[in-house]
Design a protein around this ligand. Structure first.
Ligand code: CUO
Length: 665
């Protein structure tokens, strides 16, 4: 790839909100006579929401045009012509979509969304204060311009929910969520292996991790939002702006009610809560009858025990998310998840009487900041779990692996066994890439975030077979005790298990020692690329030595859980978690993949692999996605320890201690 393509792509992302044009009719000379369909219907300065069907339509219309370009130069040229005419958020979404989904552009990297839209991550007040500082600077004055943000974020600690603000408002999880919905968009006709199932699993895991975090700060697990006719107890005030002119996101007072949707500015039909309840009821009927009904009136069976065709969870995920192009019957099963986001995002102004903007629940880059996000997604997950409970428990054959015994497992950090630590760390972004401060120097943004000291898993395994054996290693953690301090039953703990890593190993006959670094996790994205990372490379040093390698040569597409939140916070006095390690037979897990180099293969567990199949044949979440068998190895199964009675599974207590200071890494 020519470096200039990457550099020129960056110019499309820079200060995208600050072009002067306010939209309107696009003269044909600017579009080259292109038909942009409904893409121009979303005004500049307004929120673009993939939860709104007409916005998805606009994105599809724009992406269809941009996908016809066949080289970076063509894309840069065409997108450059359209940039100041289109809604800024839609524009960035569409250009990013094309870069990710078109084979020819795979070597291009996306800059961090934090730098593209800083106002979606940092309160307007902080940005304005910086602008005032810059304005007061005498001409040519050199000054360090840094906006500090966190760790208290938008909270006061007066309300229990504020204890986890640092987590909900973390830049990394919000950036991950934006990327995930870009990689797996609804109604964009992109091939995505097991997309509906991944929608279920990735969001289930986000809720599991949120619950782990809540237990770290002595909060009970989040409650699902399934009664839409009672007030939502927790309000949310993001203090962010939705555009560069200072327009605020909608807010939600404590104890607000969801109301029938009556806005005309989002191109939607009016939607009643009653209709949402009917859709929920139809999904539940399908789950308990064991099939959905397609548009022809035929039955579409729902089962995860299939050898061909889609798993039931995938069909259900497509219908529920919803993706009208994949749902068996979008008219009948509706658009429940997406419209839930919207109804919640408009509790403050459901009919537009106050001309207020949508709340943060309406944008995938901001939704995870709001406590209600997790209540809504726990409801969504509850429906999926209702389905999972209809599936037969895994059998001894599914769960065990003959001739393989895990002898010992431990995690090591600085030679300390099973003692992990978390604390605070800092990450810098360049705010002046997205916002024009008219400053002499770059304006930096320094965000405080939770982090952990890196560690290694050490796993001792005996292969008593005569031949080498290829296995999949599956690692999860969960808190050992509930909020009352009691050990949990299998079913109470089941949905807390959070995937930490999944990888393959070949065991030689006899003893084996597996060492795996935490930073290699299959769920995480090791880094967010800044403009600087992706920009022109520095010239060779004066002594002729080569410049440091550019950070953009890694296999990376932006999707993935932030590496710094791989571990839950834990407690200052230490908190006990259980580490669950399971080895399964690779011959049963493997998936035949198309040949060719893998691209975007970071974070496969949550993000899959572009242009390839999801690389694990088992249902996602295995083995915790189903209830346990009543009896295993002649013993009743009551807790996870009963799974660990199998030789290929091991359970280890570890302690996570929150140091509450700057972490030394
Ligand atoms: Cu990702 Cu509801 O799907 O936020």
């Amino acid at each position: 790839m020519a470096a200039t393509d990457q550099t020129r792509i960056l110019s499309l992302y820079e200060q995208v909100s600050y072009t002067s044009d306010t939209g309107g009719d696009v003269p044909t000379d600017r579009t080259g006579g292109l038909n942009l369909g409904t893409a121009l219907n979303i005004p500049r300065g307004r929120v673009f929401s993939t939860f709104v069907q007409s916005h998805r339509r606009a994105a599809k219309d724009l992406c269809d045009v941009l996908m016809r370009t066949s080289s970076p130069i063509q894309l840069i040229e065409l997108a450059g012509r359209l940039r100041d005419r289109l809604n800024e958020n839609l524009f960035i979404y569409a250009v990013s979509f094309v870069i990710l989904h078109k084979q020819e552009f795979r070597n291009l990297r996306l800059p961090s969304i934090v730098e593209v839209f800083p106002h979606k991550f940092v309160p307007a007040e902080e940005l304005t204060k910086m602008q005032v500082t810059v304005n007061k600077l005498p001409p040519n004055q050199e000054a360090q311009l840094v906006i500090e943000y966190g760790p208290e974020f938008a909270s006061t600690n007066l309300k229990p929910e504020h204890r986890v603000s640092y987590w909900r408002e973390d830049y990394g999880i919000n950036s991950h969520h934006w990327h995930w919905h870009l990689v797996y968009p609804a109604e964009m006709d992109v091939p995505g292996d097991r997309k509906g199932e991944l929608f279920y699993y990735m969001h289930q895991q986000m809720v599991a991790r949120y619950d782990m975090e809540r237990l770290s700060v002595d909060l009970n697990r989040v409650e699902k939002l399934e009664n839409w006719r009672v007030p939502i107890s927790d309000g949310y005030f993001s203090k962010l702006t939705s555009n560069n002119s200072g327009r605020a996101w909608g807010t939600r007072q404590d104890d607000s009610l969801m109301k029938d949707f009556r806005r005309t500015d989002f191109g939607l039909e009016f939607i009643d809560i009653t209709v949402m309840e009917i859709w929920m009821s139809r999904l539940m009927d399908a789950i308990h009858q064991g099939y959905m009904i397609n548009r022809n009136g035929d039955r579409v069976p729902l089962s995860d025990n299939v050898t061909t065709g889609k798993l039931g969870i995938e069909i259900l995920g497509d219908a529920f998310e919803a993706d009208a192009s994949l749902s068996p019957n979008a008219l009948f099963y509706g658009d429940l998840h997406n419209l839930g986001h919207l109804m919640i995002a408009f509790t403050h102004d459901n009919d537009g009487a106050h001309k207020e903007e949508i709340g943060v629940m309406g944008d995938s880059a901001t939704a995870m900041r709001d406590p209600v996000f997790y209540r809504w997604h726990k409801f969504v997950d509850g429906i999926f779990q209702e389905y999972k409970m209809t599936q037969p428990p895994y059998t001894l054959e599914d769960l065990s692996l003959p001739n393989v015994v895990v002898d010992k497992v431990g995690v090591l950090r600085d030679n300390q066994l099973n003692q992990l630590t978390t604390g605070w760390n800092l990450r810098e972004f360049e705010a002046s890439r997205g916002l024009d401060f008219n400053a002499p120097n770059p304006v930096m943004l320094r965000i405080t975030h939770l982090d952990h000291a890196p560690f290694n898993y050490h796993i001792q395994v005996t292969n008593s077979g005569a031949a080498p054996k290829k296995v999949t290693v599956r690692i999860f953690i969960a808190p050992k005790h509930n909020v009352r301090g009691l050990e949990m039953s299998f079913m109470e703990q089941r949905l807390l298990w959070s995937e930490m890593d999944k990888f393959t190993e070949t065991l030689k006959p006899g003893k084996n020692q597996i060492v795996r670094a935490s930073k290699d996790s299959s769920i995480t994205n090791p880094n967010e690329f800044t403009f600087r990372d992706l920009g022109p490379r520095p010239p060779p040093a004066a002594d002729g030595s080569a410049p440091p390698p550019a950070n953009n040569e890694f296999n990376f597409c932006g999707c993935g859980w932030p590496e710094h939140l791989l571990l839950p916070r834990g407690k200052p006095e230490g908190m006990t978690y259980q580490l669950f390690v399971m080895l399964t037979d690779y011959e049963k897990d493997k998936v035949e993949e198309p040949k060719g180099p893998r691209k975007c293969a970071n974070a496969v567990s949550f993000c899959g692999i572009l242009d390839a199949k999801y690389p694990d044949k088992r249902p996602m979440g295995f083995p915790f996605d189903r209830r346990p068998p009543p009896i295993l190895n002649n013993e009743m199964v009551t807790s996870v320890a009963d799974y660990a009675s199998l030789g290929n599974i091991s359970l280890t207590d570890i302690t996570i201690t929150f140091l509450n200071n700057q972490l030394k890494k």
